[in-house]
Design a protein around this ligand. Structure first.
Ligand SMILES: [Zn+2]
Length: 315
């Protein structure tokens, strides 16, 4: 069985400076991509179902954190602004989940918060803001794939059962990123209390479901690189790695950003991001066709559904 988790991060229009236009300097977040990208994306998903006859439902990770609160006076602003989207999706069985970018403002710049106590306060207040609007979120994805032992311990204490932030094999520490998932396995695991990157005993009561990592060949790459499966990547860049991943895994955890399917948000032609809903369709078509061709039964799962299945089996 191939369980396909389509996860959708509701980020600001410029969600990754390194992937997108470098001419965009403003730090005031804009949400045109979410506003214009969510309806066509959810309409596209309706066209699919699994070989198990279950509908194609996804997990929508919505930003709620201090940076959102700074610009919009409410950390859970996006839960309110796109309320009609979320209620319609939730009614169809989609999962609405939490996507905090845990920054702090220092000398006019937003930088990664790493202090355990400050992280706890920001996570607690943000989740309270979300839940005060009636959303019972139990899954998280930490922005920029930042993680720490403090976070893995805080999340379950705040009622988060399952997280999907890990980028197995990735490590990057510089001015803009602080990521260490170098030794993380590709399959879901309960993080060790002593090291969030690996399973171990004792472990924290939190299931980590890593991103699927595949060989991706961007137009500007000399050699393919292991990257996460972003359904808005050009199909030509993703095809080969995706085919291998489908044949060798039972969980395919992929991502897409609504802003990366809105053509007007493309500032210049990009060698990796397509800004095309049609390319997302080509990639999902390819996933289901490859599974069918290899006689692998497949179905679409939310992060919570994966959590329930895996935690039940491990009891
Ligand atoms: Zn994000």
């Amino acid at each position: 069985m191939l369980e396909i988790a389509i996860t959708i991060d509701i980020d600001a229009d410029v969600f990754d400076q390194s992937l997108q236009a470098d001419s965009y300097q403003s730090q005031q977040p804009e949400w045109k991509g979410a506003e214009q990208g969510i309806p066509p994306l959810s309409a596209l998903l309706k066209m699919y179902s699994g070989s198990d006859q279950q509908p194609c439902i996804a997990t929508w990770f919505v930003r709620a954190d201090d940076q959102v609160g700074y610009y919009h006076t409410d950390n859970a602003y996006l839960f309110e602004r796109f309320y009609t989207y979320w209620t319609a999706l939730a009614n169809e069985g989609h999962e609405i989940a939490w996507h905090p970018h845990l920054y702090k403002l220092e000398n006019g710049n937003w930088i990664q918060e790493t202090d355990p106590q400050a992280l706890l306060i920001q996570m607690d207040t943000s989740l309270k803001a979300v839940r005060s609007k009636g959303w019972k979120v139990t899954s998280s994805r930490i922005g920029e794939a930042y993680f720490s032992d403090a976070i893995s311990q805080v999340l379950p204490s705040l009622g988060i059962l399952c997280d999907s932030s890990a980028l197995p094999g990735r490590e990057r520490k510089d001015n803009t990123r602080n990521i260490d998932w170098l030794i993380t396995p590709f399959t879901p695991y309960y993080p060790s209390l002593a090291d969030y990157r690996v399973p171990g005993t004792p472990h924290v009561p939190l299931l980590e479901i890593p991103f699927s990592m595949v060989e991706v060949a961007a137009d500007y790459d000399l050699v393919p690189l292991k990257r996460y499966v972003d359904l808005s990547f050009w199909h030509r860049a993703l095809k080969k790695g995706l085919e291998q991943a489908i044949q060798n895994n039972t969980v395919l955890n992929c991502i897409v950003h609504p802003s990366a399917i809105v053509p007007t948000l493309e500032s210049k032609p990009h060698g990796l991001l397509s800004y095309s809903l049609n390319e997302v369709k080509r990639n999902i078509d390819f996933i289901v066709e490859t599974a069918a061709k290899n006689e692998i039964p497949y179905g679409f799962r939310t992060i919570s559904q994966l959590y329930k299945r895996i935690s039940y089996e491990q009891r």
